[in-house]
Design a binder for this molecule. Structure first.
Ligand code: CA
Length: 411
């Protein structure tokens, strides 16, 4: 949730990371203890130093000591965190997995099997059931992969490691508060390497703010096999961030010939009627909604599908800010509902730039005087604007997509 998008701010415009870290991914990385500078002794020193801060924040000494006695240094967590910046994945590779036929079919089964629960959640929170299911499907494969890493250990390791110490210490404090109110025991508090927990991968701070008890046992419980509380909590979260039932997240559109691509990509919101007047039509045919505002999004540049995204897009962004994640949730929801796949094809001949290539691109853009950011390899709005300016200066289609072609021209 909120934490997760902080973890993936490097992902924009096709330079994607998986929005969620999964427990099994740590094993897949094959990292071994000793690759990082941290140690169990170092972690325990950090815990001792953290103790007075936690107690000052209202954690009882009993809860602190009982919980932190179970905490260990997890080198694989550190390694996984460091690997994120290097991760490169195109949006189409991501979507192939995120919105696979299997995931669509499992979502449709859940739509039938959990109809009564989904009826009640939709009635209570006004959030379309398919989007709740889509988040469940993406976050934990509908509860099958909820993560089996100790959340206190993962968060303590990341806070001690120090790359984002304040953030993870705050999340660890939130985890201790959850334990302190008795919603879960330390040994049952399990989740991903990054501290996201349960069926829909709530970070502890999000749990404290948004988790609800929906099965009536008095406690919001998201860790067990029963997804009732987690699904209701996700609906509550989306409702809190303004989800409007029946309005959709966005849709694929077709742009008219000669379209000015410079308009897209920087989140320029215009009334949908204005976009329609430019000649933009729904890719599937049919009319665009006749009211509301939308932004034009080209996640793979001019050669990939184009989307008009509506206000609900921002509600999903509150869960995870990566464009690919939001599109995956929206599209999976549409597919669960029986909608069609995208009409336009992705530019599958393009590959994602590596981290060194992204840094080099930014260095060239700095040299060209069009980039106002730093050469850190993180592709954000400033980089996209700079790429656009460069493309325009070279007579290329100014879609802002940081392709290898752009890098080669910069060289
Ligand atoms: Ca409950």
């Amino acid at each position: 949730m909120r934490a997760v998008f902080i973890l993936i701010t490097a992902c924009l415009a096709g330079l994607m990371l998986p929005p969620q870290a999964r427990a099994q991914d740590i094993e897949e990385t094959g990292v071994q203890a000793g690759l990082t500078a941290g140690s169990e002794a170092g972690l325990q020193d950090w815990v001792a130093a953290f103790r007075p801060r936690a107690l000052a924040a209202g954690i009882s000494s009993a809860v602190f000591d009982d919980t932190m006695a179970t905490v260990h240094f997890l080198p694989a967590v550190v390694e996984r965190d460091r690997k994120q910046d290097e991760f490169t994945k195109t949006i189409w590779d991501y979507l192939d997995k995120a919105v696979s036929d299997d995931r669509i079919a499992a979502g449709q089964r859940a739509l039938r099997d959990r109809k009564d629960l989904l009826d009640r959640i939709e009635a209570a929170y006004g959030v379309d059931r398919e989007v709740v299911l889509a988040i469940w499907g993406l976050e934990s494969a509908y509860g099958q992969v909820r993560g089996d890493i100790s959340t206190p250990s993962a968060l303590a390791t990341l806070a001690y490691d120090g790359r984002r110490a304040a953030f993870f210490e705050a999340e660890l404090l939130a985890a201790l508060r959850i334990i302190q109110v008795g919603d879960v025991s330390p040994d049952q508090m399990l989740g991903s390497w990054a501290g996201a927990m349960g069926h829909t991968q709530f970070m502890p701070s999000s749990f404290l703010s948004f988790a609800v008890d929906f099965d009536g046992d008095g406690k919001p419980r998201i860790w067990g096999d029963d997804p009732t509380d987690a699904l209701a909590s996700t609906a509550a979260y989306l409702a809190k961030f303004g989800w409007q039932k029946g309005k959709g997240w966005g849709r694929e559109v077709t742009l008219p010939a000669g379209f000015d691509y410079g308009i897209a990509g920087d989140r320029t919101q215009k009334p949908i009627s204005v976009w329609a007047a430019m000649g933009i039509v729904a890719a599937e045919g049919g009319n665009l909604p006749d009211a509301g505002w939308a932004s034009l999004l080209l996640p793979a540049g001019a050669r990939g599908p184009a989307f008009l995204v509506y206000d609900n897009f921002a509600s999903i962004e509150a869960y995870n800010k990566a464009d690919a994640y939001v599109i995956a949730v929206g599209h999976l929801a549409d597919r669960i509902k029986g909608g069609a796949s995208f009409k336009a094809s992705w530019p599958r001949d393009l590959r994602a730039l590596t981290l060194p290539e992204r840094i080099e691109m930014q260095q060239h853009l700095l040299g060209a005087g069009v980039y106002a950011g730093t050469a850190d390899g993180k592709i954000g709005p400033l980089t996209l604007s700079a790429v656009k300016a460069f493309q325009r200066s070279k007579g290329m289609i100014p879609d802002g997509y940081p392709s290898l072609d752009v890098l080669e021209k910069l060289r």
